[in-house]
Structure formats: C-alpha cells, structure tokens
Write a protein that binds this ligand. Structure first.
Ligand SMILES: Cc1cc2nc3c(=O)[nH]c(=O)nc-3n(C[C@H](O)[C@H](O)[C@H](O)COP(=O)(O)OP(=O)(O)OC[C@H]3O[C@@H](n4cnc5c(N)ncnc54)[C@H](O)[C@@H]3O)c2cc1C
Length: 453
C-alpha cells in the first residue's frame, strides 16, 4: 500500500487530465488512473470555448492546441436538394481568445497528456477503480490491478456513468431523451469541400451532418436516429444513411475511424462532495451536445478544484474545499439550462454566455466583493512600465494588485503596484483561477482573506 499519494484522480478524460496537469505544476503528488487500456479516440466534444482557451493558456497547452484548431467554418444547410441557409454560428467577442475553436477531443486529451508528461506525470491506463472506503485521514481505493491506493483525496472524473458517484449513492437527477439519439463518428470522405459544415435534412428521413475536423483530414459525422431503430455503427450503415439523406452523388465515405451512439442526457449530481471524495466533469453533470458546453464545463470544474486542493494540502483551512460545490454546482445548473434551451429551440445563438466568459462566482463565500473573471489587457504599473494581465496571472500563484505590494504575502502571492487602483479599490487579490477573490480598501480584510486561502 502506497500512502504518498495526495490526490487520486479516477478517469483521464479532459476533466481528469486538466486536474492532473494543474496539480502536477503545483507539485502535488497525484496519480491518475483510467480503465481504458489506451487513450480513447473520437472527436466527441470538439468545440473549445474562449474561457477554456484562457484556462489552457494558463496551463501551458494553448499553443499546441491553436496550432491545429480552427474557427468553425460557416454551416450550410440543404433541405432535400434545396440550399436552405448558410450561417456563421460564432461571432468574435472582445477577448484574447475571441472565438470558439474546433479541435477534436482526442487531440485535446493528447495535448494534455503531453503536458502532464513534461511535468513528470503519466496516466495509468488499464487501471480500473473497483471500490473505495474513506475515513478521517484519507481514502483507500481498490484498483483492478489488485493494488490499494491510499490518498488524502479522491476526485471522480470518471464520466457520466461514474462508478464513484453511484458508490457514494449521490443522486443524478434529470432526464434521458431516448427519442433524441445521435449516431456519431469520424470518417474520411472523398469529393466534399472542407470550407463548410455540411448539414442535410431530408423530410421524413432525418438529418445528417459532416464537420470538417480541424487539424485532421477527417470529418465528424452526426446523424439523427429514429426512436426504436437499432443504430448501425458500421461504415456501410453510415454510407446508407448519408446517401438517403444527402441525396448527393459523387461524395463517398471511404473510411470509418471511430463511431458511437450518443444519447441526450441532461442530469446534475445532487452533491459534488462527500467527505474526501469530489465529483467533477461529466460525473457531476451531463449536457445536451448543443452549444458545446460539456467538455468545457468539466475543464473549469478541474481548474476550480485544483488550486483549492493544493492550498488545503499545504495547510489552508479545510473549509476552502466547501467552496468547490458552492461555486461550481450553480454554474452547471445554469449551463444545463442553457444547453437544454439551445437544444430545445434548435438555436444557433452563440455569445459570451455560451463562450463561458460571463460565468462569475459573485456572492459566494470565496468571492468577497469579487467573483468576477479578470479579463486580459494592458495594466499600467506604478513604475511607469506596462504589463499584460494574463502574463501576470499565468502560473499557479495568487496575484495581488496593491500600492503597497510588499506586506504580509507568502511565496504563493505575486504582488504588483498598479499605476492607479485596479477597479477602484486599493487592494485586489486575484485567485489562481483568474477570478477576483477580494477587492477592498481594508488591509485587514485582505489579511483575513489570505488566511482563509
Ligand atoms: C459519444 C460522445 C459524443 C460527444 N459529443 C459531444 C459534443 O459533440 N460536444 C460536447 O461538448 N460534448 C460531447 N460529448 C461530451 C464530452 O465528450 C464530455 O462532456 C467530456 O468527455 C467529459 O469529460 P470527462 O473527463 O468529465 O469525462 P469522460 O471524457 O467521459 O472521461 C471519463 C474517463 O473515466 C474513465 N473511467 C470510467 N470509469 C472508470 C473507473 N471505474 N476506473 C478508471 N477509469 C474510469 C473512462 O475510461 C474515461 O476515460 C460527447 C460524449 C460522448 C461519449
């Protein structure tokens, strides 16, 4: 039995990998296990929202992602053989990463795995969590390999069917829309341009779409499936549905690399924490695919939890961990409402809300007169120089903007004196996840906040 592990992460999808990278760069001893013998393929969650790109900037992975990602091309819809509309779904906003970028999920995971390796970590593939117990000092987790891992905390990033959530008996209320299933796959196609997302609707038959997948020579294939019909996940099944709904000649699906049946599930876990065990990502909330929120919300769960686990392991009060559920569960509830709404209305609306730039933790116990996301931009400093905000924030530290930056702060806080009070308050402390923790003119309030974190 190994008791040197501080955090055991179960599941190496985008949520688990983001957390592993964040903990590894903070020097937290963690292990990450995944039951799959090797990393999964599949373009699945392919839209990276602007806020996720900001998080990836901080974690040092935005470069390799943007090297392959592209903005969504305009979508072109035909009904029968008739061109119906062409639309660009995403409009840029005033932010450092102004657009949703298309990037296949398998590649997002590969980039995070590479970053983890740079930081000295590694996913233990083929390692299934089979059970666990917790006590006052930690969690003892049993793996299929026969090993028992002792860790201070366990984070379940084990997906929508989460073994951990079920073992904890945490309810997962919501709905499964059996009547709204989709067949999904990655295909190679001959004879079709890559400048558009192609959508065809054949009345009475259904919808089929092909998304040219950024950074690859493949398309993501998406087709509705009638209630009661068994899905055909083979290349010949894909070809038959495509021919019937697109009514195109001269376009051929030549290869199927990955396929899956996708059920629309809209569910939220009743709790995000039971003792020393936390739920994150799809284990805590599952979405409609509309608006591309699922993967992105999971990444931000991990980003919210990572620094709090690290602080508590370094001696901050245990109550800090209570703020994870307090902050993230309402966000998921709101996002679930949003993605279901988009789904129900078949809406093409994409804005700062879907880009996850408007999420704030205002009103929570960790957002004392704060809670706002700090935007990027130039920050004039008292010494006459100017800095870029994201350059100051990048890394695992807190950032203090204060005219007297020397006082009372430990090595976890980097302090800068701005040319004028940031946001009008004398002291602004920015959390490691880029939200204002406290903005105050009182040095005493600032000290109290620092003691809490
Ligand atoms: C077929 C499909 C299509 C999708 N399409 C879209 C889309 O178009 N847009 C969108 O935004 N989202 C989409 N999603 C959702 C998106 O992929 C998820 O929101 C995202 O993967 C969630 O990440 P996660 O890390 O929380 O969980 P997951 O990616 O599900 O990862 C969970 C991991 O845990 C591992 N695991 C499970 N149980 C155990 C255990 N007991 N022990 C060890 N390991 C375990 C699994 O092997 C898996 O690797 C799709 C999902 C699927 C399955």
């Amino acid at each position: 039995m190994n008791d040197k592990t501080h955090v055991l992460i179960v599941g190496a999808g985008p949520t688990g990998l983001t957390l592993a990278v964040d903990l590894a760069r903070r020097g937290v001893a963690c292990r990450i296990v995944d039951q799959a013998p090797e990393p999964s393929g599949g373009s699945k969650g392919k839209g990276l929202q602007p806020r996720t790109l900001e998080v990836f900037d901080d974690l040092g992975v935005v470069g390799p992602i943007l090297a392959a990602a592209t903005p969504y091309p305009p979508a072109r819809l035909k009904v029968g053989r008739v061109p119906f509309w062409q639309v660009r779904m995403h409009k840029p906003v005033a932010a450092t990463y102004p657009l949703v970028m298309m990037h296949p999920q398998w590649r997002t995971e590969a980039v995070l795995r590479e970053r983890l390796a740079e930081l000295g970590g590694k996913v233990e593939q083929g390692s299934t969590l089979t059970g666990f117990e917790q006590d006052a000092g930690g969690v003892s987790a049993r793996l299929g390999t026969g090993e028992t891992v002792r860790a201070r905390y366990l984070v379940a990033a084990d997906g929508g069917r989460s073994t951990v959530r079920k073992a904890l008996g945490v309810g997962f209320s919501g709905e499964t829309r059996e009547e709204e299933r989709m067949v999904l796959g990655d295909v190679r196609v001959e004879g079709l341009g890559r400048e558009h997302i192609h959508v065809w609707v054949r009345p009475g038959k259904g919808m089929v779409a092909l998304y040219p997948m950024a950074g690859t020579d493949t398309f993501q294939y998406l087709a509705s499936i009638k209630p009661g019909l068994a899905p055909d996940l083979t290349l010949s099944g894909f070809r038959r549905v495509f021919a019937e709904r697109s009514m195109l000649r001269g376009v051929r699906l030549t290869e199927l690399l990955w396929s899956s049946l996708y059920r629309v599930n809209i569910r939220l876990a009743e709790r995000y924490r039971v003792g020393r065990v936390f739920l994150a990502g799809d284990a805590a909330h599952v979405h409609s695919p509309a608006g591309g929120q699922g993967l992105n919300t999971g990444v931000q769960d991990a980003y919210n939890l990572g620094w709090k686990l690290a602080r508590v392991l370094a001696g901050a009060p245990e109550e800090l961990l209570e703020t994870y559920e307090e902050e993230r569960r309402p966000v998921a509830a709101r996002v679930l409402g949003l993605s279901s709404d988009l789904h129900d209305k078949r809406s093409m609306k994409r804005d700062e809300e879907t880009y996850q730039l408007r999420l704030s933790y205002r009103g929570g116990s960790l957002a004392l007169r704060g809670g706002e996301r700090v935007p990027d931009g130039p920050l004039p400093l008292a010494d006459g120089t100017s800095a870029r905000m994201f350059d100051l924030l990048r890394g695992p530290h807190f950032t203090l903007l204060s005219p007297d930056p020397a006082p009372r702060v430990g090595p976890e806080v980097r302090a800068y004196a701005p040319a004028s009070p940031y946001g009008g308050e004398r002291h602004t402390l920015i959390r490691p996840d880029g939200y204002v923790g406290i903005a105050t003119s009182s040095a005493e309030e600032l000290s109290d906040y620092l003691a809490m974190v």
